[in-house]
Design a protein around this ligand. Structure first.
Ligand code: GRF
Length: 206
């Protein structure tokens, strides 16, 4: 299966996917495109180091959402990707890409949706909110993407204990390492194997 990975920052989730295509559970998956919302994203270095084609499609380079949305669709269609994976991608996708790739876009969110999600809840913020609320577990969620932040059907979740001496940074690191970098490749595997069914906005794995 060919996938396009959308990034905005460090690209550690992209790296987890790359590592699994080399000697893990995704050896029959090809990353045909890395699309970044920012030319500063270190994820672009990771793509270059692994000879993966990349492109920067930044909203601020376009004079309308429609033209930006068209550019995103064009880049993905040209790449031949069958699945779009948002991996640390911070922009809300336009309506055209969402409808053109309906139920073929997944996202990794660093909390157990429906907790600590939605507009503005990205990066360190979900972990700060989790500690402020005093939750005893937190984790990550892979979900299908629709036109609203973090609202599509949930495919996989994985939790870790919140430790008494956790800081937002230590919690973020543990969730990335023990949750995000595991369930995102697992989700791609399930989709590549055709094992995911969505009925009434609920995911079932057969
Ligand atoms: C991670 O916390 C991820 O959950 C969130 O963006 C952050 C950076 O991800 N979506 P990455 O290192 O760029 O993959």
């Amino acid at each position: 299966m060919k996938i396009a990975v959308f990034v905005s920052g460090g690209g550690t989730n992209l790296q987890a996917i790359i590592d699994n295509t080399k000697d893990g559970i995704l050896q029959d998956v090809e990353i045909v495109l890395v699309l970044s919302s920012s030319k500063e994203a270190y994820a672009l270095e990771r793509a270059a180091d692994n000879k993966i084609p990349s492109v920067v499609v930044s909203r601020k380079d376009f004079d309308s959402i429609e033209k930006w949305d068209d550019a995103v669709v064009e880049a993905v269609e040209k790449s031949g990707a069958e699945l779009v994976v948002l991996a640390g991608y911070l922009s809300l996708l336009g309506p055209k890409i969402v409808s053109r790739y309906s139920n073929r876009i997944i996202n990794i969110h660093p909390a157990l949706i429906p907790s600590f999600c939605g507009a503005g809840m990205y990066g360190i913020r979900p972990h700060k909110a989790a500690l402020a609320k005093g939750v005893k577990v937190s984790g990550a969620t892979v979900h299908f993407v629709n036109e609203n932040y973090d609202e599509g059907p949930i495919l996989l979740q994985k939790a870790v204990d919140v430790l008494p001496d956790d800081t937002p940074e230590s919690l973020q690191q543990r969730i990335m390492k023990e949750c995000e970098w595991k369930i995102l490749p697992q989700a791609i595997r399930l989709i590549a194997d055709g094992r995911v069914i969505i009925e009434n906005n609920i995911c079932y794995v057969r």
